[in-house]
Ligand binder design. Sequence first.
Ligand code: ADP
Length: 168
Amino acid sequence: MNITLVRGDITEQRADAIVNAANSSLMGGGGVDGAIHRRGGPEILEECRKLRASRYGKGLPTGQAVATTAGRLAARWVIHTVGPVHAKSEDRSGLLASCYRESLLVADSLGAASVAFPAISTGIYGWPMDDAARIALDAVRQSGTVVQDVRFVLFDADAYAIFEARLS
Ligand code: ADP
């Protein structure tokens, strides 16, 4: 497995699967989630609605992952995963690691060779970037996935530098 870092917008990535830092409603939101639905088009939301009606009536639980079409994105699938909100009073790092692990399990089951991740939970959900980078990289390395190209797409220079320091 190759882990690479890219600075930029995840919706512009060409990959078999793009991971969305969704919320449990699967009905869209801000940040990466909003950008993916805007650029990917209504087909993604339509499949999310069906998933809500069939398998996830109470929402997608934190730490789990599920795939839909990628609509108009340059990818075959969007894998939606729900990151934990960062909490100082409680250690939720297992749930954050689970997002990466479960997303890669879904990717493996789809036969995806390349997967692009955002820095899950580091936006609205408030996870400190350095700690999130450590958890993300450990989880991917320990996953046992057969995905060949795992890419982290970092939105700004600070996030990129933090991941770079952790990767080396
Ligand atoms: P969460 O709710 O899991 O915290 P956010 O979408 O708020 O998710 O943010 C997760 C990370 O994704 C943040 O570091 C944010 O800067 C970054 N981000 C926001 N938009 C994009 C984008 N289009 N491509 C890649 N990363 C993005």
